[in-house]
Design a protein around this ligand. Structure first.
Ligand SMILES: NC(=O)C1=CN([C@@H]2O[C@H](COP(=O)(O)OP(=O)(O)OC[C@H]3O[C@@H](n4cnc5c(N)ncnc54)[C@H](OP(=O)(O)O)[C@@H]3O)[C@@H](O)[C@H]2O)C=CC1
Ligand SMILES: CC(=O)N[C@@H](CCC(=O)OP(=O)(O)O)C(=O)O
Length: 344
């Protein structure tokens, strides 16, 4: 198969390059840059020096007819303009940005403060939360790969919401991310001397992933929610931990929660259910496509705490994108994704 990557010099794009260059079904990989066309990829990223002699091509040189699959890992707002002229029969596209995730144009405008993508294409996009939308992904032509925080959050909450055992108006999600979640472009908040040895909260009640999470809870679990969702920056390179709190319906106990999770994810390759109250940490999934989950039922408060950890660049971005590609091309879902987590 022939694959292309737009945005390969960014963090998500580089992880796509790493995974796809080792993928047994990919024989040719074309890489595109909007700002460094003509240069060697390894000049930009020395960790690839003398391993790959791959030239960055301009996006104008992208011939969609020569590719089977195209990954777009550019900042949100870019793919709305870039992708419509590139869509064509027999080309599958996987977009890592937020552009095609939100169904309602006004909701997109409000949270992203950008113009939404053109309607016919946006309407055909499939939300690529692989574990939950496998059948739609299989038939999809354009996949909106989920956001990193929504992946961690939704994998943790959907099984319980679908069973109707959480009070939806009580949902509180407290999420923390490593700094690579903010991308490769330097910003004040991610400057070493500000972020190191510190811990910060950001986008309180304004995070663009709020409508994505609420929309997916509605479409998959048919539950209306208004979530409280708060994000924090942690001075580590990778990883997301989402800690989620909700009131439990009467009569629900630890045993029933355990059964729901095992029933839902027992046969899913990339979601691992740990025993109740396991002390999860982000490094246990570092560099891998796993989402690890645990939970704790508090009979004193009648609340549940659900904890989810992922690597934001793998299950939260490039790994899930490759997982979606595998499903779309009828390959083994774990093809190219069998790396063990890196530890310590
Ligand atoms: N970082 C993360 O953990 C996650 C990121 N995402 C999403 O994935 C996408 C990529 O994120 P990330 O890799 O972190 O971002 P980066 O900022 O690290 O990289 C984005 C890349 O996009 C390219 N780019 C910039 N402007 C344009 C343009 N106008 N046209 C084409 N390409 C452009 C740049 O490469 P060049 O100048 O060479 O073209 C750049 O390297 C974003 O939409 C992000 O929101 C989703 C989940 C997790
Ligand atoms: C740490 C950090 O800054 N993370 C980013 C995640 C960005 C992302 O995944 O963006 P889209 O889903 O909108 O494409 C953020 O919180 O905005």
């Amino acid at each position: 198969m022939k694959a292309g990557i737009i945005g390969v010099t960014g963090y998500g794009g580089l992880e796509l390059f790493r995974l796809l260059s080792a993928h047994p079904e990919i024989d040719e990989l074309f890489v595109f840059s909007s700002s460094k066309a003509g240069q060697e990829l390894s000049n930009e990223v020395p960790h690839l020096y003398q391993i790959f002699n791959t030239k960055l091509r301009s996006i104008e040189q992208l011939d969609p007819g020569r590719l089977d699959v195209l990954f777009c890992s550019a900042p949100s707002g870019v793919s709305s303009e870039l992708l419509p002229p590139l869509t064509q029969k027999n080309l599958k596209i996987i977009d890592l940005a937020g552009d095609f995730r939100i169904n309602d144009a006004d909701t997109y405008r409000k949270w992203y403060r950008k113009e939404p993508p053109p309607a016919p294409l946006a309407d055909n996009a499939v939300y690529g939360l692989t574990e939950w939308n496998r059948e739609q992904v299989k038939k999809g032509e354009l996949i909106a790969n989920p956001g990193c925080y929504p992946t961690a959050t939704l994998l943790g909450l959907l099984p319980l919401l679908k069973e109707g055992i959480l009070n939806p108006s009580s949902l509180v999600i407290d999420a923390k991310s490593g700094i690579s979640g903010a991308g490769a472009s330097p910003q004040s908040a991610t400057h070493f001397s500000k972020a190191n040895d510190s811990f910060s909260i950001y986008k309180i009640n304004e995070h663009q992933h709020i409508p994505e999470i609420e929309q997916t809870i509605k479409t998959i679990a048919n539950v209306d929610t208004n979530i409280t969702f708060t994000t924090h920056l942690v001075p580590m390179t990778r990883g997301i931990m989402a800690t989620m709190y909700a009131e439990l319906a009467a009569g629900v106990n630890s045993q029933s929660i355990k059964e729901i999770y095992h029933e839902c994810y027992g046969k899913k390759r990339f979601v691992r259910i740990f025993n109740e109250k396991t002390n999860l940490f982000t490094k246990q999934v570092y560099g891998s496509n796993y989402c690890d989950l645990t939970y704790a039922v508090d009979e004193r408060t009648n609340r549940i705490t659900v904890v989810s950890v992922i690597d934001n660049l793998i299950k939260g971005a490039a790994g899930q994108a490759v997982q979606n590609m595998n499903v779309m091309f009828d390959l083994d879902e774990s093809e190219g994704l069998n790396q063990l987590p890196m530890f310590p």
